[in-house]
Structure formats: structure tokens, C-alpha cells
Design a protein around this ligand. Structure first.
Ligand SMILES: [Zn+2]
Length: 61
């Protein structure tokens, strides 16, 4: 499994209805790109769907 697919799966599991801010719950999230932190447009909280390099060497299938 490629890392982008792994990341997408993690996002789907964590936010099945789309990415929301972990601080305020807003779905108005900018900068949703692989390998970059997300930033909430409401409160400017930054967060990432993964911590560290959980995808590396992991078998998630
Ligand atoms: Zn927020």
C-alpha cells in the first residue's frame, strides 16, 4: 500500500464525514494536502491526521 493511500485510509477512519477541526469541530479546513498539517480556517488550529510516520512499515490491510 502506498503512503498516500495509507494516509487517505487514516483520514477516512478518523473523519468518515470529512476532516473537521480537532479543536472547534469546524469543517472549514484549509491546506488539506498530503504531508502537510491542516489548518482550521475558523480558529487557525493546526493538526495532522497522523502522528509521526505510522504508515512506514505498517500493514493496514
Ligand atoms: Zn478550529
Amino acid at each position: 500500500m502506498s503512503e498516500p493511500m495509507c494516509l487517505k485510509r487514516l483520514i477516512d477512519v478518523r473523519w468518515p464525514r470529512g476532516v473537521i477541526c480537532s479543536a472547534c469541530g469546524s469543517s472549514n479546513i484549509g491546506n488539506i494536502e498530503t504531508r502537510k498539517p491542516y489548518q482550521c480556517k475558523e480558529c487557525r488550529h493546526q493538526f495532522t491526521p497522523i502522528s509521526g510516520t505510522i504508515c512506514h512499515g505498517a500493514h493496514l490491510d
